[in-house]
Design a protein around this ligand. Sequence first.
Ligand SMILES: *Cc1c(COP(=O)(O)O)cnc(C)c1O
Length: 339
Amino acid sequence: MSGRDPITLADVLAARARIAKDAVRTPLVPSVFMTRKSGRDFLLKLEIAQPVGAFKIRGAANAIARLPAETRGVVCCSTGNHGRGVAYAARARGIKAVVCMSSLVPRAKVDGIRALGADIRIVGRSQDDAQAESSRLCAEEGFVEIPPFDHADVIAGQGTIGLEMLEDRPDIASLLIPLSGGGLAAGVALAAKAINPKVRTIGISMDRGAAMVASISVGRPVEVEEVPSLADSLGGGIGLDNRLTFDLCRDLLDETVLVGEADIYYAMQVLYHEECMVAEGASVVGLAAVLSGKVALPEGPAATILTGRNLDMPTFTRIVSGKPVTLGGTLLEGRRYGA
Ligand SMILES: *Cc1c(COP(=O)(O)O)cnc(C)c1O
């Protein structure tokens, strides 16, 4: 697969076979509460049940499985779910993984990635310093960088989620897909529309710092200011030199929707109190869009992807008990669930 070839359903099917030992085929479960609220059969795809607690294992495992046997090792700069996915998938295949990060990354995140078997390289005081070390490892020591979203094998890997959903429920009419760099949305939308072109695909981001949505609206990749959000896994840019996900998301998403921090706060409460599930803010933006009335669903079953469950537990316990939380410098008002 070269950068310019379109990614097809065949690539997603091949990815599925490649990652079967590393990633779990997760369940797609009905939500009684969301079905009542939305008036549609409402389904949740439980990527929170993946090893490492997020779907990123799929794309990472697919990209790593396609590397030539002589590869020295893999490297990435993510300290979030992508870093965890790369660390886990590399260890499962006996490949060395190095995660480059700055000295400002919190201790808990460093320890979490190290526990998954990756080598940690701490360089400088910024993400740019970490990126420079990663590039050096690739240029001088034969490592291969695994990017978090803008890579054909990563997109095909994430697309296996859409394949599984449409296999389990061929009658799905709409898909609510959390959207950041767009590897997930591109892969899921391309697989789902290849199976049923009528599926309505809706990408959802938080209303501050949504780089893909801003880029689609002006017609080219743009940078946006990053702002602290409960959906922290949706932060970050799409790259001004974006090769794949910008075009794919622009062409394959029927709609994009933005949700606010209070909507995300409430949706995290709903998932916890109604479904007894723990998920991070990025996971619940699909629920938030529906519950806040920001999206109109077509007739027929609707589904969203609970993308991950790696969260800051003190913040989470404050949210589910209705206490206020601070995001960067600003205070988000609390509200008891059901009150
Ligand atoms: C990475 C991530 C996303 C967004 O995926 P993209 O491919 O960057 O759009 C959503 N939710 C979680 C939990 C993630 O880790």
